[in-house]
Design a protein around this ligand. Structure first.
Ligand code: ZN
Length: 449
C-alpha cells in the first residue's frame, strides 16, 4: 500500500468508509438490492407527486396517483419526462417545494445534440455519487497512489491553495485543460502525459482521439494501462488508434450531467453493470421493455435527487438490452451503450445505421479525408459531409458513394458534399459521425413508423 492510500486510511475516515461501502454494495444479493431499489423508487415518486408541480400535473393528466404504482411493472403508467419538460418547467415547476437552499446546486448539462438543459443537483446525493466513482476506479485497479491524467476542456484545478495542497497530498491526479487543440498545445499534452506516466488517462472521446491521431502521425507511443472514455464512446476504428498509440485497454462508463455514473464496465470490459442502488433503469423498445439483444431507449428514475426529481426521464441514449457478466458483482448488466438517440439513423426499411456500422463502410476510405458525417434529413435523404484531404478525387467520391449505397440497399437518395468544417456538439465537443434530424422515439409503440 502506497503513501497516499495509507494517509487516506488513517486521516480520512469518511472517505475510507465510503470506499468500503461502495465495494460491498456491488456484491449484495440481487434480490435484496432490488427490494431496496423499489422502496427508494416509491419514496421518490411520492415525494415528486407531493412537492413538484410538474409531476403533480403529469400524474393528474395520466389519471394516476402514487397509489397506482405498486410494483415495478406499474412504472409504465407514469408518463415519460423529456428534456423539453425540464427546460419549459425550469425553475419553478421542477424544483421540489421546501428544498433547503444548501441542498441545491444549479448546473447545466452540455446538450451534446441540442440546447443545454439546466438542472438542479442535490448536494445530499453526492456521497452516493462518490461511491459510484470508487466502484469505477476499483474496476480499473486505480488507487490514490496511481498517477492519473484527466483531460478536460476547462481546468477544474481548485484556485484555493490549501485545497490544492490537500488534493496533491491525497491524490496523484493531474489535469490537462484542452481549450485550444492546436499543434503547440498538442506537443504540450504529449509531454505532459510522458512526464506523469499515468496508469489511466480519462478524457472525452473526441479530445483524446485528437491527441492520439497527432501521436500516430508523429510515431509517438506512450504505454498506459487504461484510457477511460467519459461522456460517450468511440467507434471501433477510432478505438484502434487509441490502443495503438497508448497500448492500452479502453474503459467506458455511462452517465450524464443530470444523471451521473449510471452504469460501468468491470475489469472484464464487457457489459455495463447498472447502478441499481441509485437509479431505476428501464430500456424501452416500442413502448415495452426491450428483450435480450434488442436496441432500446434508456429511461432513468434518479433515486437520490430530491431537489429536482427525475422520474422516468428520457435521457436521449440508446442501449442494447440483456447480457451477462461472471465477475461476481451482483449489479445487473446491459450489453452495450450505443450512444445518443440522435445518432441512430433509422431508414424506412427499418435498418438502423449507427456510428460503428457507418464507420466500417466510410472509414475504409479514411486516408482520403480528415473527417465525415452522415446525416439523415427530415426529407428522408442522406447527406454525407466530407472534409477532403489533397488525395481525395472524383473517383474516390464515386467509390464512397457506391459503398454507402450498398450499405443502405439503395433505399434512400444520397448526396456527398465536400465541406471545410463539421459541427461539433455540446460542451465536450462531441463528434457526430451519424446524425438523425428526426430521431426515432422508441418509448412509443410503433416507433419505427
Ligand atoms: Zn462484471
Amino acid at each position: 500500500m502506497g503513501v497516499r492510500t495509507t494517509a487516506i486510511r488513517l486521516l480520512m475516515p469518511k472517505k475510507r468508509m465510503l470506499m468500503e461501502e461502495a465495494l460491498r454494495e456491488e456484491r449484495i444479493p440481487v434480490e435484496e438490492l432490488k427490494k431496496k431499489q423499489w422502496e427508494l423508487t416509491q419514496k421518490i415518486i411520492r415525494h415528486a407527486y407531493e412537492n413538484v408541480p410538474m409531476y403533480r400535473e403529469k400524474f393528474k393528466q395520466a389519471g394516476i396517483t402514487p397509489e397506482d404504482i405498486k410494483k415495478p411493472e406499474d412504472m409504465k403508467k407514469i408518463p415519460i419526462t423529456t428534456k423539453d419538460d425540464i427546460r419549459n418547467g425550469f425553475p419553478d415547476k421542477i424544483l421540489a417545494e421546501g428544498t433547503p437552499p444548501e441542498a441545491i446546486e444549479q448546473k447545466k448539462s452540455s446538450g451534446s445534440t441540442g440546447r443545454p438543459t439546466p438542472y438542479y443537483a442535490d448536494t445530499r446525493s453526492y456521497d452516493e455519487e462518490r461511491k459510484a466513482i470508487f466502484r469505477i476506479q476499483n474496476a480499473m485497479g486505480i488507487s490514490a497512489d496511481d498517477s492519473v491524467v484527466l483531460i478536460r476542456n476547462t481546468n477544474p484545478e481548485s484556485k484555493r491553495p490549501v485545497r490544492r495542497m490537500m488534493k496533491a497530498l491525497f491524490s496523484n491526479t493531474h489535469f490537462i485543460s484542452t481549450k485550444e487543440m492546436d499543434l503547440d498545445n498538442m506537443n504540450r499534452y504529449v509531454n505532459f502525459i510522458k512526464k506523469h506516466k499515468p496508469k489511466m488517462i480519462e478524457s472525452f472521446p473526441h479530445q483524446i482521439l485528437q491527441v492520439a491521431k497527432h501521436m500516430k502521425e508523429k510515431g509517438i507511443r506512450i504505454p498506459v494501462e487504461y484510457v477511460h472514455l467519459i461522456g460517450g464512446n468511440l467507434n471501433d476504428k477510432d478505438r484502434e488508434i487509441l490502443k495503438e498509440v497508448f497500448d492500452c485497454k479502453i474503459y467506458n462508463h455511462y452517465g450524464a450531467g443530470e444523471c451521473m455514473h449510471v452504469a460501468y464496465q468491470c475489469e472484464k470490459l464487457g457489459p455495463y453493470h447498472l447502478e441499481i442502488g441509485r437509479y431505476f433503469v428501464e430500456v424501452i423498445r416500442d413502448g415495452r421493455d426491450a428483450k435480450e439483444g434488442e436496441l432500446g431507449e434508456i429511461i432513468l428514475t434518479h433515486l437520490y435527487n430530491y431537489a429536482m426529481p427525475l422520474i422516468r426521464y428520457r435521457i436521449g441514449d440508446v442501449a442494447l438490452a440483456g447480457g451477462k457478466c461472471n465477475c461476481g458483482r451482483t449489479y445487473p448488466v446491459i450489453k452495450e451503450i450505443k450512444g445518443r438517440t440522435r445518432q441512430m439513423i433509422t431508414l424506412p426499411t427499418g435498418v438502423i445505421l449507427d456510428p460503428n456500422r457507418v464507420g466500417r463502410t466510410v472509414g475504409r476510405f479514411c486516408m482520403f479525408f480528415d473527417d465525415y458525417q452522415l446525416a439523415y434529413r427530415k426529407d428522408k435523404t442522406l447527406i454525407l459531409r466530407i472534409i477532403p484531404k489533397r488525395e481525395y478525387s472524383d473517383e474516390t467520391e464515386e467509390k464512397i458513394l457506391n459503398a454507402v449505397r450498398e450499405l443502405t440497399k439503395n433505399s434512400v437518395p444520397i448526396i456527398i458534399k465536400r465541406v471545410k468544417k463539421i459541427d461539433k456538439y455540446g460542451g465536450e465537443d462531441k463528434r457526430m459521425e451519424t446524425l438523425a434530424e428526426i430521431p426515432p422515439d422508441l418509448t412509443q409503440a410503433n416507433s419505427r413508423a
